[in-house]
Ligand binder design. Structure first.
Ligand code: MG
Length: 294
């Protein structure tokens, strides 16, 4: 877990957190922590534009740092994406799902399909320089297994996923969802417990601040509990629209990200009320402001 240890913190208060999330005995060899950065990204589908070029032009104009692509069909787009991204300040953030089947399915054939297609998309994600591939072990409708059976199946498969990630230079990012979408994995800390047990740099996690509003008692607490494995964040308001379009306050979560020296992306995954050309740049300003105040 060398890679993750860099994130761990400064100062006496944060040393206590470090002790909680560090899982090895060599914490004292940790490199100096970096100051956190706010890299703002968006899922491709949210950004207006008739083609990728126009979307990237808009992202650049509005001060974004990155873009998140859907994993399905991504392999066929690699050369076009590389050509269009070349020379731009934008980087690829996470790769969002797009695989088939479900790792935690009660059906062997669905689990096999998931393993095969996740491995394939991880390779593409690595090729594009993505921070990792987002996966949900199973949406509620995708499995008949109970919590105990499901976890066992998942823990048997994740080491294979992690091994592949290490081989190809990528990782999966477990995404906890709210109870309306997935009963199994709902809190960042629970994803952290899975990552700790798997203990592979190929198996990490992310936090989605839309789901976190429903499931987490504390945004900061959630991020800190997952700090050692946290490599992506999704952003949406309470009603799953653009940040700033309702009362959702991101500052407590951002404070947590600052404490851990977060270096990865936070990415829009949301609807938009109103004109995208007007509302999206407003959301970027709002997020920069919330970060400054955190
Ligand atoms: Mg999400």
């Amino acid at each position: 877990m060398q890679l993750e240890r860099r994130q761990i913190l400064m100062g006496a208060a944060t040393a206590a957190i470090s002790a909680c999330v560090d899982t090895s005995s060599s914490a004292q060899s940790a490199p100096a922590p970096k100051s956190a950065v706010q890299n703002i990204s968006s899922q491709e589908g949210i950004i207006p534009g008739k083609d990728l070029k126009e979307k990237l032009d808009n992202l650049e104009k509005w001060g974004f740092d990155g873009i998140e692509f859907w994993g399905g069909g991504l392999r066929e787009r690699v050369s076009a994406i590389k050509a269009e991204m070349k020379g731009r300040p934008l980087r690829m953030s996470a790769t969002c799902a797009g695989f088939e089947g479900a790792l935690m399915s009660d059906q062997q054939s669905e689990r096999d399909k998931a393993l095969r297609t996740i491995k394939d998309i991880m390779e593409v994600a690595a090729d594009l320089g993505s921070t990792g591939m987002i996966i949900v072990p199973a949406f509620s409708a995708q499995t008949k297994l109970n919590h105990i059976e499901g976890r066992k199946i998942l823990m048997d498969l994740l080491p294979l996923v992690g091994e592949h990630g290490v081989k190809v230079g990528s990782r999966v990012l477990l995404e906890p969802l709210n109870r309306g979408e997935a009963w199994f994995l709902r809190q960042v800390a629970d994803a952290g417990a899975i990552c700790r047990e798997i203990n592979s740099p190929g198996v990490c996690l992310m936090g989605d601040m839309y789901h976190m509003y429903i499931e987490e008692p504390s945004d900061m607490g959630a991020f800190i509990s997952g700090a050692a494995w946290l490599h992506h964040v999704h952003l949406a308001s309470i009603k799953r629209n653009l940040p700033g379009q309702d009362a959702r306050d991101f500052r407590n979560g951002f404070k947590g990200l600052k404490m851990m020296g977060y270096q990865d992306f936070m990415s829009l995954e949301c609807g938009v009320i109103g004109d995208r050309m007007v509302e999206i740049p407003k959301a970027v300003k709002f997020l920069r402001q919330q970060w400054a105040e955190a």
